[in-house]
Design a protein around this ligand. Structure first.
Ligand code: HEM
Ligand code: HEM
Length: 179
């Protein structure tokens, strides 16, 4: 077993705060309230900081370090299909695609939410529908994200959720590390 520090404190704080805030707005808080709007703005601020961190943060947090090439994605699908046990220290190529999807969807949800409160778009039906559809898309994506994290943890023997809490990935000796 080797140990690798991968997720810095900001990435971990960002992740679990986003989980809490998104869940609050999607499932708990009254969506017709001021609190809903403020939680939404907090999500937008968190995501904006994460984008900045993706440009200037440490190695594994950087978008340039995990933006996947098409060939990387195909390699990972081949790993899964052929049960080849390889792993990545940072995000996997498929994981990275999901992260870009989640980050962009969060921004679009917040932008459409803000539009509903503006004079120009207040009461406009399609904006409300876009907000609602994007939230549903985020929920489907999050379910896929969780299933993928659990599957990948099982496949590689690395407890990925634990690493998102402690920052450290514990990698079994019999698995090859790609980078
Ligand atoms: C509202 C629900 C969730 C959202 C919006 C979400 C979003 C994200 C995002 C944006 C990242 C990228 C982190 C970064 O580089 O900044 C990520 C990574 C990750 N998430 Fe989630 N997540 C959610 C729920 C969960 C849950 C419930 C778990 C635990 C089972 C989980 C486990 C992980 C793990 C392990 C990673 C890192 C994957 C890797 O090792 O490459 N997430 N998530
Ligand atoms: C992660 C962020 C957010 C999530 C998960 C979220 C989720 C939701 C959901 C589930 C609804 C109910 C849709 C329906 O079925 O009618 C809703 C409605 C709404 N949201 Fe958001 N929202 C977010 C951000 C925002 C932001 C940033 C704003 C504004 C600043 C906002 C303003 C509104 C408004 C005005 C409504 C309609 C309330 C009504 O009149 O019924 N939301 N949102």
């Amino acid at each position: 077993m080797t140990q690798h520090k991968v997720w810095d404190p900001f990435v971990r704080l960002f992740h679990w705060s986003l989980v809490g805030l998104f869940t609050a707005n999607a499932l708990i808080v009254d969506d017709d309230s001021r609190v809903h709007e403020w939680i939404g703005y907090a999500v937008a601020a968190l995501v904006a900081l994460r984008i900045l961190w993706g440009l200037v943060g440490p190695r594994h947090a950087r978008f340039a370090a995990f933006a996947p090439k098409q060939s990387d994605v195909i390699e990972q699908i081949t790993d899964i299909a052929t049960r080849r046990r390889r792993t990545y220290l940072g995000h996997t190529p498929l994981g990275a695609l999901m992260i870009f999807n989640l980050i962009l969807t969060m921004l679009a949800i917040c932008a459409s939410g803000y539009m509903m409160t503006s004079d120009a778009f207040w009461g406009v039906e399609w904006v409300e529908e876009v907000h609602e559809i994007l939230v549903t898309w985020a929920e489907i994506s999050i379910l896929a994200h969780i299933v993928a994290v659990l599957y990948e943890s099982h496949r590689t023997g690395i407890n990925l959720p634990r690493a998102m809490v402690t920052g450290t990935k514990r990698v079994p000796d019999d698995i090859r590390i790609v980078e």
